[in-house]
Design a protein around this ligand. Sequence first.
Ligand code: SF4
Ligand code: ZN
Length: 359
Amino acid sequence: MPVQCTADCGKKAILKRPKTGDALCKDCFYFAFETEIHFTIVKGKLFKKGDYVAIGASGGKDSTVLAYIMKTLNQKYNYGLKLVLLSIDEGITGYRDDSLETVKRNRDQYGIPLKILSYDDLYGWTMDKIVSQVGLKNNCTFCGVFRRQALDRGAMQLEVDKIVTGHNADDIAETVIMNILRGDIARLQRCTAITTGSEGAIPRCKPFKYTYEKEIVMYAYFKKLDYFSTECIYSPNAYRGYARSYIKEVEKIRPSAIIDIIHSGEQLNVKEQVKSRMPTQGTCKECGYISSQDICKACVMLAGLNKGLPQLGIGKSSKHKKPLQIILDEKTAEENGTVVNARELAGKILGSYTEPIPS
Ligand code: SF4
Ligand code: ZN
């Protein structure tokens, strides 16, 4: 006998909601999915009427569904938002060029304007070139740091009030676990916040904070949304992969694991003593963009790449200043005619190596 939709609409159920286990018909699933996100937006006070909002768009499932949902909810609930798609072209041949074609189709399908910024224009480096220098071990650290700043730069150029990103509940739960395993208290405290970067920076919001990845895929599938599903060709990201597999295992015996992990992160109270040691937001002395250090991580990494010392900037943020200072000293040495061997110098500077921190 066919299962009836548990929302009592009289129709046949065609799916089982991963988040609640409810058997639902397509329309009741759309309603539940969209309404939950609307509640998240309202409860988190993500927008004000008239806000100009940039949607971080990669062409992948999360950001494609986000663009569609933002347009749908903006109309349905009369948020009064002006929307724009903001994409970053990392310069990954055979991956980002194709996914950006998807974003261009989304621009036309949803009638939302699109702005694209490239690493090549901003930094003079594409990810293809970076990988040829650094290999496949720390590439995501470079990519994550540059993308974060590129999004900020794009948002500033557009003069938007907010950036929304497609980070979903699974991503956030994984980040909580990764930060616990690393003992990174500063990030652990920040990573469950629905809005970040309010002080000075353009706020970033995550309307999918409580939305399961499986439901995003289901929604995209039933709505026949046009998205790009290929993985990045440079995606090692082993550490996140471990966190992901761990959560999947826990989910088998505790289906609410994802939401429980997020709630645990939210409840975390960091001691005042620890908070006082956390860096405060300021601006980078080199590029003028948001940074918690004198020199931002993007500038340190860029200096490293341009100097043939790509290891610089990989590791704990408190170590930034020292390597850059030595690089700057090295410049002076070159000017004075007392050139030092850059690689020898790098060996001295880079004491310990730490696992890359993906964005
Ligand atoms: Fe960049 Fe790594 Fe993501 Fe590829 S997988 S887009 S290299 S962060
Ligand atoms: Zn900088």
